[in-house]
Design a protein around this ligand. Structure first.
Ligand SMILES: Nc1ncnc2c1ncn2[C@@H]1O[C@H](COP(=O)(O)OP(=O)(O)O)[C@@H](O)[C@H]1O
Ligand SMILES: [Mg+2]
Length: 427
């Protein structure tokens, strides 16, 4: 069950670093220039794209990749200080961007978080709560009003934002993760700037609000929007107008804003990091997606839905025992739907398709040191955790005939992480 990622990077050393980082989990292909890249676009699920290539600008590849696979995950790599290129890339349909020097862990993380987009074609909603949410989404989709989607990580905020967009009759969908924008550049990215309005502003540029005219601008992690820009966004929401940096003339856009956050904005307001008036304005249509454990009726339908995809990718049947299903219904799922899907991927891979409760148990959120998993399911002592981690690694190694790279893949950790863990555990 591997996605294909095409890495387009002319610096061969960097390209192989990227390949090393991603190669554990994905099938990676390399292209060193545009011409090679164009020939490799067929069948890719992800694209890691350097923008400066010897035979032209990487930007030109984005549209072609989108045409071939509309849900392709496209991450562009921009040189420091060329954030405007990132804006262009997002306008053309890139999913996200990373600045050089690229943090490899962050790169892997970004793909992991974004690949779910591959599966957004259908949204599962069986529980009464989700049915109600979809009804609400259907009602608000075609209006110009902003929507604020809240919910824990992995509950499906991205999926819902895209669902609303798809039912809005609007053209473009442009997404911006507010957490990944350097503060000092956020203004120009969103609202654009005039030539000479700050050092480095060599040309006048339009921002994402302008690019999203006639479409949707999805502001993910809105809680991270710099406080200084919040009044500007508020003004846009109120009037459809905004002032690009350095301009004395207002611009207009009819872009529809969908915002999402897993933060408690009420708390952020109390702490002074989020403006009350902006919250009020965004939350005309608040949609809260409850955690998965609060809507257990969705669990089995989600399982069935995902298993179908796993079967396609693995090319063989996958089935769950009744006790495995019971266990899933009991489990707390701190990582919500994302965790459920990851869990199914791992166990399907390791068991060859016969998922039992004991195979699931060995995978249920083994807490890592840096990120303890909340909930009572794993409230055992640290010693127990280490033991469980050891069992997990042993199981993965046994299942892969001792092949560490394959075991790391099955465990969905990087090769390096596995080696570190093994060293720590004395394996
Ligand atoms: N209702 C749903 N139906 C189908 N898949 C879902 C649903 N909710 C979440 N998912 C899947 O769960 C994963 C996480 O969803 P995502 O929208 O990225 O969550 P969030 O943005 O809230 O962190 C993705 O794989 C997504 O496709
Ligand atoms: Mg998200």
């Amino acid at each position: 069950m591997k996605y294909n990622i095409l890495i387009v990077e002319d610096n061969k050393k960097l390209a192989s670093l990227f390949q090393e980082a991603l190669g554990d989990e994905y099938d990676t292909h390399l292209a060193f220039n545009l011409k090679q890249a164009k020939a490799c676009l067929d069948g890719i699920h992800g694209l890691l794209l350097d923008l400066q290539l010897p035979d032209g600008e990487g930007l030109s590849l984005i549209e072609s990749a989108r045409q071939i696979n509309p849900s392709c995950v496209i991450i562009v790599v921009t040189a420091y200080g060329t954030i405007q290129k990132a804006v262009e890339a997002l306008k053309l349909g890139a999913t996200d961007f990373l600045e050089k020097p690229v943090d490899l862990e962050a790169l892997v993380q970004r793909f992991q978080n974004l690949f779910p987009l591959q599966g957004i074609k259908d949204l599962v909603a069986e529980s009464a709560k989700m049915v109600e949410i979809l009804q609400m989404a259907d009602r608000v989709a075609s209006t110009p009003f902003p929507v604020l989607i809240t919910g824990e990580t992995g509950t499906g905020k991205d999926v819902l934002a895209r669902y609303i967009h798809q039912h809005s009759g609007r053209k473009k969908f442009i997404g911006l993760n507010c957490a990944s924008v350097p503060q000092e550049l956020a203004d120009s990215m969103l609202f654009g700037h005039l030539k000479g309005s700050f050092t480095g502003a060599i040309e006048t540029r339009k921002g994402l609000l302008s690019a999203a005219k006639g479409g949707t601008l999805f502001l993910d992690e809105i809680g991270e929007l710099p406080l200084s820009l919040q009044p500007k966004l508020l003004r846009f929401l109120d009037s459809g107008c905004y002032l690009p940096l350095g301009s004395s003339q207002e611009s207009k856009s009819d872009a529809r804003i969908i915002a999402a956050t897993n933060k408690d904005l009420e708390k952020a307001i109390k702490e002074g990091s989020f403006r009350k008036d902006l919250h009020f304005r965004l939350a005309i249509f608040p949609i809260h997606i409850p955690s998965l454990s609060e809507r257990k009726d969705d669990i089995i339908p989600l399982v069935n839905h995902h298993i179908e995809r796993v079967e396609q990718l693995l090319g063989r049947r996958v089935c769950l025992s009744d006790s495995a299903k019971e266990l899933l219904l009991e489990y707390h799922f701190p990582g919500n739907v994302r965790e459920l899907f990851n869990l199914l991927d791992r166990t399907a891979l390791l068991t060859g398709g016969n998922i039992t409760d004991s195979s699931l148990r060995s995978f249920l959120s083994p807490p890592s040191e840096d990120e303890p998993v909340p909930g009572d399911f794993w409230s055992e002592s640290r010693g127990h955790v280490l033991k469980r981690e050891k069992e997990l690694i042993d199981a993965a190694l046994a299942a892969t005939g001792g092949n560490k790279a394959a075991a790391a893949r099955a465990l969905k950790v990087s090769y390096k992480t596995l080696l570190n863990k093994m060293k720590k555990l004395g394996l």
